[in-house]
Design a protein around this ligand. Structure first.
Ligand code: EPZ
Length: 415
């Protein structure tokens, strides 16, 4: 439950990036040696689901605070079952590594989810181009490459974070060179490549739209420090912008948020950098100005911050246009925000958000991670109490959100 009206002041430590950590856990499947991670986000449901999957496959996973050690020496099955995969789509990322190392993998199709149908056709087609024989049977992707994968020139028809990562990992153990063209350029991909390179992989170009991987015979163990979560950072920047006050986001990476920061600055808030920290402040008496945003693959504006920015626009001066180009159904927060008094009209993949003077607390419910956090943000500025139901969505991706917001002055508690 959130009681609105408190400006936020103080320091929020930023956790390691969930969407990098989940993929690096899969990278550990590429070797029989131990891989050690520092700055792994703690107590996240998605991290627990990935741990459950790796343990099911036979890996030894040790976790202590933000440290994680994975040993995929003793793998005893190559099947990722529906019951675990359905909890989190990120588990499709075991496909490339298992196939590359063992020549076979059987992974449940993840199915659709609240934000869209989210097919995995590009993952499958690209693996076929690398020599895999793939059959879809009874909801499972069954991929075989008895003679191993071979290098290929892959041109993705659309930019996909997951397909780029799955193929980059698979190509590390393939025979010959693989080129991934029209690759995704997210910072999490650069960090995954850095981790793989420490394991002995030969990768060039991560962070550009063309990645080249020269296959090696085997990979080794490594130590890697996971980069800070740019979406968590952006979420708390929006929280500070909405409530007013002055917040220090500790151990963040400002260069990973260029598009979001460019837009945020136009709303009239101050953003500064102090070493590895980002300082965000707004005088509560200066109103926020409305802006337009359109989601795009990195380095464009991230879809994972769209709902949070929309929550901010509900109380900005003027009208803003929000256009979602990545997922076909990522406006589930709109009816809930409107129940809190927002004025949002959806037309196709765009939403017009007309700023209102005040939001009013309400009982709300969300169906995905970023939509849930947008409702928490709205609750921080709404009059009265907001109860956000189904907070397990929040717990998938925000480490200790109640504690972190509470420490900077928010009135928030887990019911
Ligand atoms: C990752 O999902 C993130 N998840 C998402 O974050 C994020 O929203 C998304 O990238 C875009 O930035 C993780 O990293 C675990 P895509 P991913 O493949 O890899 C279509 C969050 O809130 N597509 O880049 O699944 C797809 O349907 C989550 O933390 C195909 O058509 O996203 C979408 O429209 C939500 N065929 C577009 O591409 C394919 O084979 C981009 O998806 C693959 C994708």
């Amino acid at each position: 439950m959130v009681t609105g009206g408190q400006p936020l002041n103080g320091t929020i430590p930023i956790s390691g990036a969930k969407n990098a950590a989940l993929k690096m856990m899969c990278a550990a499947l590429l070797t029989d040696q131990s891989v050690y991670f520092e700055n792994a986000p703690n107590s996240l449901r998605d991290m627990n689901s990935q741990t459950e999957l790796l343990e099911y496959l036979g890996c030894a996973v040790k976790r202590e605070g933000h440290l994680m050690a994975i040993n995929a020496g003793p793998i005893d099955t190559l099947t990722a079952p529906y019951d675990i995969v359905r909890k989190m789509r990120g588990s499709i990322l075991v496909l490339g590594p298992l196939l590359a190392r063992f020549g076979e993998a059987k992974v449940s199709l993840p199915g659709g989810c609240a934000i869209g149908t989210r097919p995995v056709d590009m993952h499958i087609k690209a693996l076929e181009e690398m020599g895999a024989e793939v059959e879809i049977d009874e909801g499972y992707i069954h991929a075989k490459a008895p003679k191993g994968l071979h290098g290929a020139k892959i041109l993705f028809p659309k930019v996909s974070v997951g397909a780029t990562e799955n193929l980059m990992m698979a190509a590390t153990l393939a025979k010959g060179e693989t080129t991934l063209a029209n690759a995704a350029r997210e910072p999490e991909i650069v960090d995954l490549a850095a981790c793989l390179i420490k394991m002995g992989a030969k990768i060039r170009g991560a962070g550009t739209d063309t990645i080249r991987i020269e296959g090696v015979r085997k990979l080794d163990g490594a130590h890697h420090f996971i980069l800070p979560d740019r979406i968590e950072t952006g979420t708390y920047m929006v929280a500070a912008a909405m409530t007013g006050g002055s917040v220090r986001l500790q151990n963040a990476r400002i260069e990973h948020l260029s598009a979001a920061i460019g837009h945020l600055s136009q709303t009239g808030i101050d953003i500064d950098q102090d070493g590895q920290d980002i300082l965000v402040s707004r005088d509560p008496n200066t109103p926020l100005k409305a802006i337009d945003i359109m989601t795009e693959p990195h380095p464009g504006f991230p879809t994972d911050l769209q709902a949070q920015f929309m929550a901010m626009l509900t109380i900005a001066e003027g009208a803003g246009l929000v256009t979602e180009t990545i997922f076909e159904n990522r406006f589930m927060h709109v009816p809930e925000l409107n129940r809190m008094g927002a004025n949002i009209t959806v037309q196709g993949n765009s939403a017009i958000v007309r700023g209102v003077e005040k939001l009013k607390g309400a009982e709300v419910m969300a169906t995905d991670l970023r939509a849930s956090v947008a409702l928490v943000l709205a609750g921080l500025v709404a009059e009265g109490d907001t109860t956000v139901n189904r907070i397990y969505h929040l717990e998938r991706g925000y480490e200790n959100i109640v504690g972190k917001l509470g420490d900077v002055g928010a009135q928030i508690r887990k019911a």
